[in-house]
Design a binder for this molecule. Structure first.
Ligand code: SF4
Length: 351
């Protein structure tokens, strides 16, 4: 269990967590799947009062800004484009309506399980213009790139991406100081490697990479608590069966070949320089914003919604006045209640 003292090595992760009596510590679950799994597995119930778990910005649907939904609706309703998307995005409110609302007005919205499905749909429907809504972090970006490569190989001129992919490192920088320890998302680190997280310790940022099983999550939390008491910034990879220091070179090279960094707006965190990705100029025929000259959208969230604060760990979902009342999974007001990885959805389901 990392570089812990000999007494801690004899204890189980559960014993370390339950018996923690060190200083108050705020641990941020960067990843929405971690938030859900920690709730689902009942791990929160083991935590003593001085350990606070807060949710972070690791749910891709949640951090995608309202303006992106507005852009997709513009493509669907004004340009007649068939939108292919993961199901979660369909019910995320835009400024005036969601994609589900646009569908009621005649928009063609198709739910797909991968960008490859969207490309296949475009190939099978040459009479339709098809755009895939490409959101997500380092884990999902390569699949979007592969779909564009496939479209080129298939000679398609009716397929494009509306890109809002983001990269996590800049978010960690932006969130510095909002938590004492980050629970880094193992699947993202599997692609990126661990070098950046290791380097962040020099800036005083501590964190542990966590996997997704009960044992992996408990181990990561226990290591975080033990290391936190040592009083120095630390990094421990608690998911070594999947995560290496270098990550996936193949995925990194594919994304680097096809995409370049750009400034990107995050719900709650605002515009973060160089935290997003866009297709490189040589792939511009597959960039929906260029292809359809999508105008800049302002994107106004519902003023009652505190998703922005939730995503920065500034408040808990239950602190939002409309949580569980006006805002439920059946009638979501904000993205964090829609997404299967959203913190509000997790709190609603389990707390
Ligand atoms: Fe937004 Fe609903 Fe969460 Fe409140 S409960 S922050 S309105 S998603």
């Amino acid at each position: 269990m990392g570089d812990t003292n000999s007494e801690d090595k004899k204890k189980t992760a559960r014993e370390i967590i339950e018996n923690y009596n060190g200083p108050k510590v705020r641990i941020m679950e960067v990843c929405g799947t971690h938030t859900h799994e920690i709730f689902r597995l009942g791990i929160r119930k083991l935590l003593p009062g001085q350990v606070e778990l807060i949710s972070g910005p690791g749910c891709p649907v949640c951090v995608t800004p309202v303006s992106f939904i507005d852009e997709a609706i513009y493509l669907a309703l004004e340009k007649g484009v068939t939108i292919c998307t993961f199901g979660d995005l369909v019910r995320v409110p835009g400024t005036k309506m969601s994609l589900a609302g646009a569908r009621e007005q005649g928009a063609k919205i198709r739910i797909v399980y991968s960008p490859a499905d969207a490309e296949k749909y475009a190939k099978e429907h040459p009479d339709e213009q098809v755009t895939f809504l490409s959101v997500g972090f380092e884990t999902t970006t390569p699949a979007g790139c592969l779909s564009v490569k496939a479209a080129k190989e298939d000679g398609l001129d009716n397929y494009s991406l509306l890109v809002a992919n983001k990269t996590m490192p800049q978010a960690y920088e932006a969130l510095k100081g909002s938590a004492d320890v980050f629970l880094y998302p193992g699947h993202v680190n599997a692609i990126t490697g661990t070098r950046l997280c290791e380097a962040l310790t020099e800036e005083g940022v501590s964190g542990v990479v966590a996997g997704f099983t009960a044992r992996e999550l408990m181990t990561a939390l226990a290591v975080a608590l033990v290391k936190f008491q040592e009083g120095k910034p630390f990094f421990v990879n608690c998911y070594p069966r999947v995560v290496t220091q270098d990550g996936s070179k193949e995925a990194q090279e594919l994304v680097d070949e096809m995409m370049e960094a750009c400034d990107s707006e995050w719900r709650g965190l605002g515009m973060i320089p160089a935290s997003g990705l866009q297709l490189r100029p040589e792939w511009k025929n597959f960039d929906a914003r260029i292809k359809y000259q999508v105008p800049k959208m302002e994107g106004k969230p519902n003023p009652a919604c505190r998703c922005g604060d939730v995503l920065q760990g500034k408040c808990k979902p239950s602190d939002c006045k409309v949580f569980g009342k006006g805002c439920t999974p059946q009638h979501p007001i904000g993205a964090c209640m829609v997404s299967g990885e959203g913190a509000c959805s997790a709190y609603y389901q389990y707390s």
